[in-house]
Design a protein around this ligand. Structure first.
Ligand code: MRU
Length: 345
């Protein structure tokens, strides 16, 4: 089952709020429900949000066939449903660009983006697994790698196969994966609920760790490389990703461990010069002062809850996309690294 798809005039998607206990598919036929589902994280992860945005415009274009202004107005609301992952506005804009050709062209464009996501994740897996294997064997002489990751960047964050977790899956399929440490990812536990579920499904050996244990574990040599996804990569390579990523990058630098960002080209936002320009979603107190429906802090406690942080490019070894590897540690930049080909095995 794909994480997000289009079937018989509706968007279908797995309700990720119910995982790992229940696999339930939602059928979404209107954009207001889609916006709510995005905001409650039924569908989440930057690439999946991009496809949700594009398919959402396809719904609108079909529903308001003779009212392009209405389509554009509702698409503008969809675009703003969550602010940090640039893929959402990218997906909406890509689909809207086909609107002058009619509703069928909008759907065709959205389905092209869906298919490109699937192929792109395979390609990222190939580029990323090669890079990790090379960096680790150069440093340690080992051909079996121990990986650390945070949040969920697997098939649940894309259409079918993941970005950073896709690299881990490719390493596993090649017989080169020794172990994974998955950070649980407070406060909503995307690592514990979703990444652990995916790692179990594809049979990779792993342990879960609380986020605050990860820097210590890296300092004790528990992983050979860290891979994360991205919600937005600025023009200089600064990267917004799930809160906790920056701590991992600092610790990876301290431990001398490669820190690799894996994300599609659609996550690169050249209109943001650097990480300062990236808007960070604030998800409010409730997610922090409650746990699984039980209040855990005294009544009236307020909490800070930035959903993402920004890792400066100086802490990032390399960015892997479906079409290139930008080796920041070797002084490469996004501007001077040309796009290459998709790499399919
Ligand atoms: O709040 P979420 O679950 O949407 O956050 C997701 C992440 O931070 C992912 O790491 C990122 O979107 C990349 S997904 C391939």
């Amino acid at each position: 089952m794909r994480t997000i798809d289009w079937q018989d005039g509706a968007i279908t998607m797995i309700d990720q709020t119910l995982l790992p206990h229940e696999v339930k598919q939602l059928r979404v036929t209107d954009v207001d429900t889609l916006i709510t589902d995005i905001q409650r994280l039924a569908v989440r992860g930057a690439p999946a949000l991009g496809i949700a945005g594009a398919l959402g415009v396809a719904l609108l274009a079909d529903q308001f066939r003779n009212d392009p202004e209405r389509v554009r107005a509702d698409a503008a609301r969809l675009r703003e449903a969550r602010p940090t992952a640039v893929n959402l506005s990218w997906g909406v804009d890509q689909a809207l660009a086909a609107l002058p050709e009619g509703h069928a062209a909008v759907l065709t464009r959205a389905l092209q983006l869906r298919d490109a996501d699937i192929a792109g994740c395979v390609s990222m897996g190939e580029y990323g697994a090669d890079l990790v294997t090379r960096l680790v064997s150069e440093k340690t002489g080992k051909d079996q790698v121990r990986m650390m990751t945070i949040c969920n960047t697997g098939g649940l964050a894309t259409v079918e196969r993941g970005t950073a977790l896709g690299v881990i899956q490719t390493l596993h399929e090649r017989g080169s994966l020794a172990h994974v440490i998955a950070c649980e990812t407070r406060p909503l536990l995307q690592g514990a609920r979703l990444t652990a579920w995916e790692l179990t499904n594809f049979g990779a050996p792993f342990d879960l760790a609380v986020d605050s244990a990860a820097p210590f574990l890296l300092s004790r040599g528990a992983a050979d490389a860290v891979v994360i996804g991205a919600d937005r990569v600025a023009a200089n390579g600064d990267t917004a990703n799930k809160i906790g990523s920056f701590s991992l990058a600092l610790a990876a630098k301290y431990a001398g461990v490669p820190f690799i960002v894996v994300a599609p080209e659609s996550t690169v936002d050249l209109s943001c010069a650097d990480g300062e320009a990236i808007e960070i979603e604030d998800r409010g107190s409730a997610e922090v002062v409650n746990f699984a429906g039980t209040q855990t802090a005294p009544a009236g406690t307020t909490a800070l809850n930035p959903a993402f942080d920004v890792t400066p490019h100086s802490l990032i070894t390399a960015l892997v996309t479906e079409r290139r590897v930008v080796n920041f540690a070797a002084g490469q930049t996004l501007k001077d690294t040309p796009l290459g080909e998709l790499r399919l095995p």
